[in-house]
Design a protein around this ligand. Structure first.
Ligand SMILES: NC(=O)c1ccc[n+]([C@@H]2O[C@H](COP(=O)([O-])OP(=O)(O)OC[C@H]3O[C@@H](n4cnc5c(N)ncnc54)[C@H](OP(=O)(O)O)[C@@H]3O)[C@@H](O)[C@H]2O)c1
Length: 238
């Protein structure tokens, strides 16, 4: 049987990279894309089983060119991120929030639209949202709205694009470079407090979330679903 082809947009770090490596270990041909040439170069060294490309998911023409070059795509995984839009309402920078929507929601729509002509007839699309769409953590109204918008894409597209499948995972706290914007001590203190509160007793790893992405990307009966992989954070108050 011919090898399946996966394209992971946002696959040069964190959850996307972990997912890509797991899919490659299953024998799939896996392409990853990110904006930073430095990260792409590092993936080429650290994970030579992957084909790494520089491309910005908000650039329709760049996504279309990459998708055409690697087509047909059997699984499209989109883990592009933004931390813009975080913070309490009274201080929320609305221009930053708009940027967050542009980077994550419009970014995911751009990748899907540009790649659509290059998907195989039974392809899967798997998005990565965030559990902030469901929790009640102060300071997350903005990013919660962004991730609720990501989840809202799943059900209509699972019908509109059928028989292609469309799903999402909804992670909680995951130990990835996404947190590098915070000073290390602040991040470590937050993770320690989270570990004490989380039902599973640990902050998620990128591999744990990647396992759920792989399931959604490969299980031919799953569509229109959003799977929480959050260590139970939605049941506690951080
Ligand atoms: N880490 C967490 O605790 C957590 C929790 C809940 C949800 N999530 C969500 O999980 C997803 C993945 O996050 P992560 O933790 O794996 O973060 P990460 O380690 O920072 O990885 C993000 C990846 O997306 C790429 N990317 C970002 N914007 C892009 C764009 N416009 N075009 C192409 N690639 C782009 C990054 O590469 P470049 O920067 O080089 O482009 C990188 O490869 C995000 O949607 C995030 O919101 C994360």
């Amino acid at each position: 049987m011919a090898s399946r082809t996966t394209l992971v947009f946002g696959g040069t770090s964190g959850i996307g990279l972990a997912t890509a490596r797991q899919l490659a270990a299953r024998g799939e041909t896996v392409h990853v894309a990110g904006r930073s040439a430095e990260r792409v170069a590092s993936v080429r060294v650290e994970a030579p089983e992957l084909s790494a490309h520089v491309a910005d998911g908000t650039d329709h023409a760049a996504v279309a060119a990459l998708a055409e070059g690697v087509a047909p795509i059997d699984a499209l995984v989109i883990t592009i991120s933004s931390s813009a839009g975080n913070g309490p309402l009274a201080e929320l920078d609305l221009a930053e929030l708009r940027k967050g929507f542009d980077e994550k929601v419009l970014g995911m729509l751009t990748v899907m639209q540009a790649a659509l002509p290059h998907l195989s007839p039974d392809a899967s699309i798997t998005l990565v949202g965030a559990i902030s769409a469901h929790t009640a953590m102060p300071g997350t109204a903005g990013i919660g709205a962004i991730n609720a918008a990501v989840e809202a894409l799943v059900r209509p597209l699972s019908i509109e694009l059928a028989p292609r499948r469309v799903n999402a995972v909804s992670p909680g706290l995951v130990d990835t470079p996404w947190w590098n914007a915070l000073p290390a001590e602040t991040r470590d203190a937050y993770f320690s407090a989270a570990e004490a509160a989380l039902p599973v007793g640990h902050v998620s790893t990128a591999d744990e979330v990647g396992e759920a992405v792989v399931l959604l990307a490969t299980n031919s009966s799953m569509t229109g679903t959003v799977v929480p992989v959050d260590g139970g954070v939605r049941f506690v108050q951080l």
